[in-house]
Design a protein around this ligand. Structure first.
Ligand code: ADP
Length: 228
């Protein structure tokens, strides 16, 4: 395929669980028209399908641990080789370990793509309440917060009308394990990105999602190779 022009944009959304990566990715995927690649969503799709990968990862997600680097590296490599990623793509929840970051860097280098990393920084004490109050539409993936962004009809998706669900790993015990995995395995990736390339940090504790979204868009417009 013809990827490999430096015009391809690889946007990496980085941040702890509950920092709003998924919400921002959904807004950015609409404005940029790049596919949204969420390794968490991909894994949950495998679990819902009950296929071999799903069976393998089910208990790992349920416990709030990370699945193997080889598995997600393979999934992402295959995904970004598809034609719809030619102009760009948005990575959400990947890379999450140094090994994943190294694999991604090698892969992008071989395609002459410079990643653009956006770090959503959020106070730790905000994160737990965001996750415990989070609800999701099982059909379109839209996220709600019962306190801050409730659906119009309680318990129902505004778009699909489907009954909203609590993600299995949004229970308090599991949330703690996810933070632990973030601190031990994922935070070091931040230093890896900070030390080189295009890196943008945004304080995302207080601002509304669309304010954060506009800040990210402004930053992207200042990036080399952007249209505007
Ligand atoms: P969050 O960032 O809110 O914890 P995600 O949907 O990104 O949620 O991930 C959910 C779960 O999927 C993680 O707790 C982990 O078990 C698994 N997972 C997702 N992405 C990766 C990855 N890049 N490496 C390893 N495990 C992953």
């Amino acid at each position: 395929m013809s990827m490999g022009t430096s015009a391809t944009k690889a946007l990496v959304l980085f941040g702890p669980p509950g920092s709003g990566k998924g919400t921002q990715a959904k807004m950015l995927t609409q404005s940029l028209r790049f596919p949204h690649i969420s390794t968490g969503d991909m894994l949950r799709e495998h679990i819902a399908a009950g296929d071999a990968i799903g069976i393998k990862v089910r208990d790992i997600l349920k416990a709030g641990n990370l699945v193997s680097d080889d598995l997600v590296n393979e999934m992402v490599t295959e995904r970004i080789s598809r034609a719809d990623c030619e102009s760009g793509f948005i990575l959400d929840g990947y890379p999450r370990t140094l090994r994943q970051a190294e694999m991604l860097r090698g892969l992008l280098e071989s395609l002459s793509i410079e990643p653009i990393v956006v770090h959503l920084r959020v106070d730790q004490n905000k994160l737990v309440s965001r996750l415990t109050n989070r609800r999701q539409c099982p059909q379109c993936g839209t996220l709600y917060n019962v306190l801050l962004k409730p659906p119009i009809v309680p318990g129902r998706c505004d778009i699909e009308g489907a009954r909203l669900v609590i993600r299995e790993d949004d229970k308090e015990q599991v949330i703690r394990q996810r933070f632990d995995a973030y601190e031990k395995q994922t935070r070091p990736v931040l230093e890896f990105f900070r030390s080189g390339g295009s890196f943008y940090e945004i304080e995302a504790s207080e601002a509304a999602p669309d304010v954060i979204f506009r800040a990210i868009e402004l930053f992207l417009q200042g990036e080399p190779g952007s249209k505007s």
